[in-house]
Design a protein around this ligand. Structure first.
Ligand SMILES: [Zn+2]
Length: 233
């Protein structure tokens, strides 16, 4: 266990969010060979997982970092109601190729409202509400995620300046507030689908996500590399 509880306040004057880390282990996957390390948020008890390329970042650029919020339905079952699973796969492919780290943040299901509430929100969406209205109908925040632990984990991993793999400017702003310097936003837009088009349109219109929602071009302009063009099915 690290002793971040006892650490000095960070340069931005905030006390560090207490986290502890475990050993670094090998993690061979379908997306490439990674190294992995578990981190525990000592305030909430949430256990997060860092998955990193063992190779240095190419061209001396700041490392690619994806903060991926847990989405059981999308990540595990490949649900098309959202784009989480495809974004996860795409980010891992990019990190395997270019170096970097994916921090898998657990306890952030449904933008922080939990799995059961997310499924309730799905029921409301089937009754005609959009993803923002559904959370509001449930009396829940539209986005309850907190990135203080993530920022502390990045700091303890030495990831002080990053290229953030995200379409979400709010995530960029919240991380910056938490003391993470983002030198570039690298889009992770994956082709939209009939089943998630309304959800993605709401993220674009009501949460300012940087999405084109062009099924022909999404995925072709995504990064500095040109090696990943997902098949459109
Ligand atoms: Zn999802």
């Amino acid at each position: 266990m690290t002793a971040s509880q006892a650490a000095e306040p960070s340069s931005n004057g905030r006390s560090p969010h207490p986290v502890s880390k475990g050993p670094v282990v090998q993690l061979p996957t379908a997306f490439g060979s990674f190294v992995s390390q578990a981190w525990t948020d000592l305030v909430t008890g949430a256990e997060h997982l860092a998955v990193s390329s063992p190779n240095p970042t190419k061209d001396g650029k700041a490392p690619l970092v994806r903060l991926h919020s847990e989405c059981l339905t999308g990540d595990v079952f490949g649900s098309y109601r959202c784009d989480c699973g495809e974004q996860l796969a795409y980010a891992l492919e990019l990190i395997a190729e270019n170096g970097g780290t994916l921090l898998y943040l657990r306890g952030q299901e449904g933008r922080g409202i939990g799995l059961a509430n997310k499924i309730k929100a799905y029921a409301l969406q089937e009754a005609g509400f959009d993803t923002v209205e559904a959370n509001e109908q449930l009396g829940l925040p539209v986005d309850a995620r907190c990135y203080k632990a993530a920022a502390q984990i990045l700091a303890e991993m030495g990831l002080h300046e990053i290229r953030l793999l995200s379409n979400n400017p709010d995530k960029q702003n919240r991380l910056a507030t938490a003391g993470v310097k983002i030198v570039e936003m690298v889009p992770t837009e994956v082709p939209s689908r009939e089943q998630n088009l309304r959800y993605l349109q709401t993220k674009k219109d009501r949460m300012d996500h940087l999405l084109t929602l062009d099924t022909q071009t999404a995925g072709l302009h995504r990064t500095g590399t040109d090696t990943f063009d997902l098949e459109q099915d």
